[in-house]
Design a protein around this ligand. Sequence first.
Ligand code: GLN
Length: 550
Amino acid sequence: MRDGRWPKSPLKVMKYVVVSGGVLSGLGKGVTASSIGVLLKSAGLRVTSVKIDPYLNSDAGTMSPFEHGEVFVLDDGGEVDLDLGNYERFLDISLERDHNITTGKIYSKVIEAERRGDYLGKTVQVIPHVTDAVQSWIEDVAKRPADGSDQTPDACVIELGGTVGDIESAPFIEALRQFQFRVGRENIYFVHVSLVPVMGPVGEQKTKPTQHTVKELRGLGITPDVLVCRAETPLTDDAREKLAAFCHVSPNAVMSAHDVSNIYRVPLMLAEQGMCKVLDIDCNVTDLMVRWEKMADRADSSTEEVHIAMVGKYTGLSDSYLSVIKGLQHASLAVGRNLVIDWIEASELETVNDPSWDLLKSADGILVPGGFGDRGIEGKILAANYARTNNVPYLGICLGLQVATIEFCRNVLGLEGSNSTEFDENTPHPAVVFMPEISKTHLGGTMRLGSRPTIFQVEDCKMRRLYGGEESVDERHRHRYEVNPDLIKTIEDAGLVFVGKDETGQRCEIFELEGHPYYVGVQYHPEFKSRPDRPSPPFLGLLQAATGQL
Ligand code: GLN
């Protein structure tokens, strides 16, 4: 390959690695792309990433978690695809909303420019205007510092969503084809992730679907430098040779991405097969071994289980709560336990003696995550009540804080019919109310979004200790409703103390229940900033309490 083209950081020119996918979605392109980022990072390079989503929505903010998985929230309030969460967690970076490119954003930009008259009377077309806009966008965001320093990144991993051949991704593939000439072929690597299924009585690995997708990609003008093949078991030599021969890729560059015990093993798996050599990067294998292998081994070695009941609405679809699951996993790793999530459909708790009650009661801790809409609300309130009255560790996130506040108002303060105005506009005792600054007519991008400070109101409390004694913490938000400011004093006098508030001192951010081992609610979403080796404090507290380590 193009040996030795990656000098040490800072590089004079930006290097790009484009990761595309073929055959079907859900192959783990995001994990592959993030793992390649880890390898680049181990070589001492500053790494950033861009995710391209070819859908027409401007952003993921209005998309249902049912259909598209969780909406990931960034510091700047960007509501983006969950893959940006993978990048932030794997590479320990903070991205901006512009790092998620969508067709909606690109077309808005081009149409705006057309209305301004920027195209000087020309016919505005997909090629070159849309494809130019895509390339300029990538070049612009790739330069933005992402690792907390003010330094320009050396390398940018670009993940192209969808599968090659989709109509909507065509302009992006064309843009990336042109991009190799704009940045120089030696500065860009194309990695294609594909599926190698197994068929027949002897379990033969079939290469034809991958041959077809590569043929399609090459027909569009992009020749992959590397093939990453998703398979259940390691790719056989036979399959590797066949793929190399039919896909115009060197046999060394056909990588097996077979099933492994946990995702921390993926960077190592790629490194072991020579990914660093193929991409000409000088990986620091020791660093990889020390950090990632240790983490992977730790994840595999904890045998004693901890059960967390997750009481939600999309419990059949774990992608809808991806970052919450990650937050729980990071914290379980830290307390040395094997995490078991017991999924509980909140609405089922509304039936007395439903079997889901047994599951709830057998859990070591209960988590009520964020959510919208009234389905299952009463079930969530019952779960909060169970945790409060039985001293079971509880973490309520956003909606989870709100339902616990409603429960407290109803059952401790005796405010019958208390509710959030989101679920009952005519409630006699609004415990949770619409925030005055929020738009009632526009849904996209109008919530209280992104990073905001929470100031601790007391010298000493569990959460402040968990956050290392800090005076204030910055966490990410995504909500329209808040605890009713008029009720705060009454609630606090009865023992539910709002130990963290916003910078005005009016808005509730964190509560803790006096005299309970761990009954905590946070209005923000701590899951978005959790890292594999730096678990988010509220999650760590939950897991410590659930395992008797707090
Ligand atoms: N629906 C609630 C609100 O808008 C909670 C939002 C959430 O949990 N993200 O305030």
